[in-house]
Design a protein around this ligand. Structure first.
Ligand SMILES: C[C@@H](C(=O)O)C(=O)SCCNC(=O)CCNC(=O)[C@H](O)C(C)(C)COP(=O)(O)OP(=O)(O)OC[C@H]1O[C@@H](n2cnc3c(N)ncnc32)[C@H](O)[C@@H]1OP(=O)(O)O
Ligand SMILES: [Co+2]
Length: 140
């Protein structure tokens, strides 16, 4: 069911500091403008690599879903991996049929690429928080 690896989510206490690392130390050249995504409780900045993106995420406010993760990992860390799926509702139905817990309300929500996303519980995914996102129409 899963398609392309779209992005790896990296939680950080400071997107500005993380940009310095990826740009000045790792040599990334395609770094987007950071933007707020209050519906998901995060500020976001995408860094492009030839085949996938790094998604830097910083808490939008103190109700952010990444607050607990940053409390345990104050310097930040690898937070989630995101795979594309052709049809999010079909993916949710398939996961539910297989007994997998969809986080939150279970209803897909619009993510940072403007297409619906859901998250699968890390305890049922070998310790990895997995995001499924519907592939943008026309690719990306
Ligand atoms: C912008 C959008 C997009 O791309 O479009 C995004 O990605 S937004 C990305 C941010 N949004 C999300 O992450 C939404 C979905 N996430 C959530 O609902 C939450 O963050 C949870 C995954 C349920 C974790 O919540 P919280 O940290 O409050 O719970 P908790 O501390 O009780 O953690 C429960 C257990 O899960 C583990 N745990 C927590 N976060 C984890 C992570 N990122 N990867 C792997 N394990 C993780 C904890 O260590 C703990 O294990 P132990 O029990 O062993 O101690
Ligand atoms: Co993400």
């Amino acid at each position: 069911m899963i398609g392309n690896l779209n992005h790896v989510g990296v939680a950080t206490p400071s997107i500005a500091e993380s940009i310095k690392l990826y740009r000045d130390v790792l040599g990334a050249t395609k770094i987007g403008e950071p933007f707020d995504l209050p519906a998901q409780g995060v500020k976001v900045c995408f860094i492009d690599t030839p085949t996938a993106q790094i998604e830097l995420i910083e808490p939008y406010d103190d109700t952010s879903p990444i607050i607990g993760f940053l409390a345990k990992n104050p310097k930040g860390g690898q937070h989630h991996v995101c795979f594309e799926v052709a049809d999010i509702h079909a993916a949710v139905a398939e996961m539910r049929a297989k007994g997998v817990t969809i986080l939150g309300t279970g209803e897909p929500r619009i993510g940072a690429h403007g297409t619906p996303v859901v998250f699968l519980h890390p305890k049922e995914m070998g310790g990895v928080l997995i995001e499924l996102m519907e592939t943008p129409k026309g690719g990306h």
